[in-house]
Design a protein around this ligand. Structure first.
Ligand code: ARG
Length: 466
């Protein structure tokens, strides 16, 4: 059996052997959690003040520790602190460096605290900041869509179901659909924020703490509106991470739907929009190519965020109370999801203003074909023909026109009356795109006035939040 030389590990007293370096490498989370150093130090400073307030640390001790923690923070932010693999995680790396700087008093920092409540705190501090900045990112994406909708407010396009041309809609209506989705995304993130914003420190390793720590004081120092109410839960709860991941998965669902439309719309088959050159790449072989790589990658990156959600749910399922080392695997999924969504929202907000809309192509696509067939059926229904029958009549008209290689343009009243005597001389009046739009005048419809009113409401709400 290997004899152990002098050890630096906090648990060295209990152990006869040093940790195998392979195990150190396998269990270390430092490479991932080093990005929590600011949160970790902020939490430690609040802990020092709480220990002082409880009379566990003298004022001098607390001040020495806090000054040292500020120094460690500066060393890390300036890239002057080299982490070694022997430090399992950011918490131990910071404490070790602090003790080097301030001497034995460094050993008092961890009084009444465990890394279990410490890491829960760090992650909550981190997510609180990131979710707030993602909310702003979503808002900027929404603003870019609202602005495009305003700029192109006159443009008509075919609305689709099953990716088949269905009925004419305003491009603005189509764009504002994504603003509504993002609005719900923001609601979900704000809701998650309420449960992120709970202060776990003082839960100790699992059972609470022996020291008279005023947890509400700690919460006030760190700006938390609430403290956790069960220590076992507080050290092992990662619901707030799952909720955030789930909300981010839906953000990506929406981003990927929009991205897919950009890919389709910028194809020659559609020709509805052109992306700015700055957001496309060419082909190394085919000189004519201009590829929509950015939307394609947004579409693809959705997969990793879904993956992170499933990964964390799977880590958590079946874990007995309370803290288990499994929980260390929560960080890389949430970090990568946050980074991905931040980048995607940034890309979208800068790509949208540079879209050129091929207005005439969109308008033509909305006029040709049979997008007004429903208007004819509704005309008959308003004349008293049961809708199902009206639908069948117009269906026969469509088939007849298709057989003749024509669409609805050029239809005469005589043509119509061959199919139903209920067509009167005002029948052809319903066959206009503008009329079709204007009739969709109920709340949520694509009538110009409705869309304009909704656009104004959204624009005002977004402005008010800045
Ligand atoms: N690196 C750990 C994590 O991220 C910190 C808590 C470790 N606690 C422990 N008892 N080993 O979860």
């Amino acid at each position: 059996m290997k004899r152990k030389p002098e050890q630096k590990k906090p648990w060295a007293g209990r152990f006869r052997q040093n940790t195998d370096p392979k195990v150190e490498a396998f269990t270390s989370s430092l490479a991932v959690d080093c990005r929590l150093y600011r949160q970790d130090i902020a939490g430690s400073i609040a802990h020092c003040r709480t220990l002082q307030q409880a009379g566990v640390l003298t004022r001098r001790e607390a001040e020495k520790l806090i000054a040292g923690l500020h120094r460690v923070e500066r060393e890390i932010s300036e890239g002057r602190l080299r982490f070694t693999p022997a430090h399992e995680d950011i918490h131990m790396a910071i404490e070790a460096r602090l003790t080097e700087l301030v001497g034995a008093v460094g050993g008092k920092l961890h009084t009444g605290r465990s890394r279990n409540d410490q890491v829960a705190l760090d992650l909550r501090l981190y997510l609180r900041e990131e979710v707030t900045s993602l909310l702003a990112g979503l808002r900027r994406f929404q603003e870019s869509l609202v602005e495009l909708a305003r700029r192109e407010s006159s443009v008509v396009m075919p609305g689709y179901t099953h990716l088949q041309r269905a009925q004419p809609v305003l491009l603005a209506h189509h764009l504002l659909a994504y603003v509504e989705m993002a609005e719900r995304d923001r609601g979900r993130l704000r809701d998650a924020l309420r449960r992120i914003n709970v202060m776990p420190l003082g839960s100790g390793a699992l059972a609470g703490t022996n020291y008279p720590l005023d947890r509400e004081f700690t919460a006030r120092l760190l700006g938390f509106p609430a403290v956790s109410q069960n220590s076992l839960d507080a050290v092992s709860d990662r619901d707030f991470v799952v909720e955030t991941l789930a909300a981010l998965a839906l953000v990506m669902t929406h981003a990927s739907r929009f991205a897919e439309e950009l890919v389709l719309w910028s194809s020659q088959e559609f020709g509805f929009v052109e992306l700015s050159d700055a957001f496309c790449t060419g082909s190394s072989m085919m000189p004519q190519k201009k590829n929509p790589d950015v939307p394609e990658l947004i579409r693809a990156k959705t997969g990793r965020v879904y993956g992170h959600l499933v990964a964390l749910l799977t880590v958590l399922k079946g874990l007995p109370l309370s803290y288990n080392r499994d929980l260390q695997e929560d960080k890389s999924p949430i970090f990568d999801a946050v980074d991905t969504v931040r980048d995607v929202l940034g890309m979208l907000a800068s790509l949208v203003p540079g879209l050129s809309v091929r207005r005439a192509t969109m308008a033509r696509a909305a006029t040709e074909g049979f997008l007004l067939a429903t208007e004819l059926a509704d005309y008959l229904a308003l004349k008293g023909v049961p809708f199902r029958q009206a639908h069948a009549v117009v269906g026969r008209i469509v088939r007849d026109r298709l057989d003749r290689g024509k669409d609805l343009t050029g239809l005469t009243l005589d043509d119509l009356r061959k199919f139903s005597p209920a067509f009167e001389k005002d029948a052809l009046d319903v066959l206009s795109v503008e009329g079709a739009l204007e009739r969709k005048a109920q709340i949520g419809g694509t009538a110009r006035k409705r869309v304009e009113a909704r656009l104004k409401v959204l624009q005002k709400a977004l402005r008010a939040e800045k």
